[in-house]
Design a protein. Structure first.
Ligand code: GLP
Length: 260
């Protein structure tokens, strides 16, 4: 796992946008898995700016969702489908035709989950999966004690995650209890995992995920199993890392041609 410590969220967004731009040069129709939440916004802004100024061609890119609330009415502005269309797909100049996501309103949620795993495989698999991290160490919506081999399925949110996400809703009561999320096993099938974490509130989860033991209690620690996982953190989110100086030295000495 590579840990890159950046000065701030904007620098992290720019670095990851460059990795996506490089991927799109190598594979113009790459399938890009995107995360929601506040953290990845600088990535999407940096990428959209480069598409707008013509330095990145994302016209053949395909976008897929990591997770979704169960039961929010279709078109609800905080459904992750709406968020991804608004914050990623449209700013990149793409349409829903380039987008894949699970149906959080399906009458048969288990079937919708299995269907989404199938759709990802049929699309050739995810080339680069962006991830954030929950304060409890979750990735996607895989809460603590999620199976490290899990597939896309329904999960129940912890109170902590519902409280963290309540800022997007009018009240805590409106935050759904249930979600569909790519499983940890599903996430690990992406060719490159890139997790961005910023801010002091993520420091403990980042330290446990990167330097702690592999454990279902800290779902993000599953990145330790992936042959190509990159964790980009700002100084605040890096503040709990024992090996921070080593990670800084390693990145400073890295040949530029290697990219992320
Ligand atoms: C939600 C999403 C995650 C995201 C997490 C952190 O739970 N399902 O994919 O990583 O929030 O969000 P934020 O980046 O806003 O802290």
């Amino acid at each position: 796992m590579e840990i890159v410590i950046v000065p701030d969220a904007v620098a992290g967004g720019s670095l990851i946008a460059t990795a996506i731009a490089d991927l799109l040069i190598a594979k113009p129709d790459a399938l890009l898995g995107v995360a929601t939440g506040s953290t990845p916004t600088p990535i999407y802004q940096a990428l959209a700016a480069r598409v707008a100024d013509g330095s990145v061609d994302a016209s053949r890119a395909r976008i897929c969702q990591l997770d979704e609330y169960v039961g929010l009415p279709a078109g609800h502005p905080e459904s992750y489908r709406s968020v991804v269309l608004r914050e990623v797909v449209e700013p990149l100049g793409l349409t829903e035709a380039s987008f894949l996501g699970p149906d959080g309103n399906a009458p048969d949620i288990a079937a919708a989950a299995a269907e989404y795993d199938r759709a990802l495989a049929e699309a050739g698999g995810v080339d680069l999966q962006l991830l954030g991290i929950g304060t409890d160490g979750h990735i996607g919506f895989n809460e603590p004690c999620s199976s490290l081999a899990s597939r896309t399925r329904i999960k129940t949110l912890t109170r902590q995650t519902r409280e963290d996400n309540a800022r997007f809703f009018d009240s805590l009561d409106e935050v759904p209890h249930h979600v569909l999320t790519q499983g940890i096993g599903t996430i690990l099938e992406a060719r490159h995992l890139v997790l961005l974490a910023t801010g002091e509130a993520k420091a403990e989860a980042v330290a446990l995920a990167v330097e702690g033991p592999l454990s279902a209690m800290v779902p993000a620690s599953a990145l330790q199993l992936h042959p190509h996982a990159t964790v980009v953190v700002d100084e605040a989110a890096a503040s709990g890392l024992k090996l921070a100086d080593y990670f800084r030295d390693t990145y400073a000495a890295k040949p530029v041609w290697q990219g992320l």
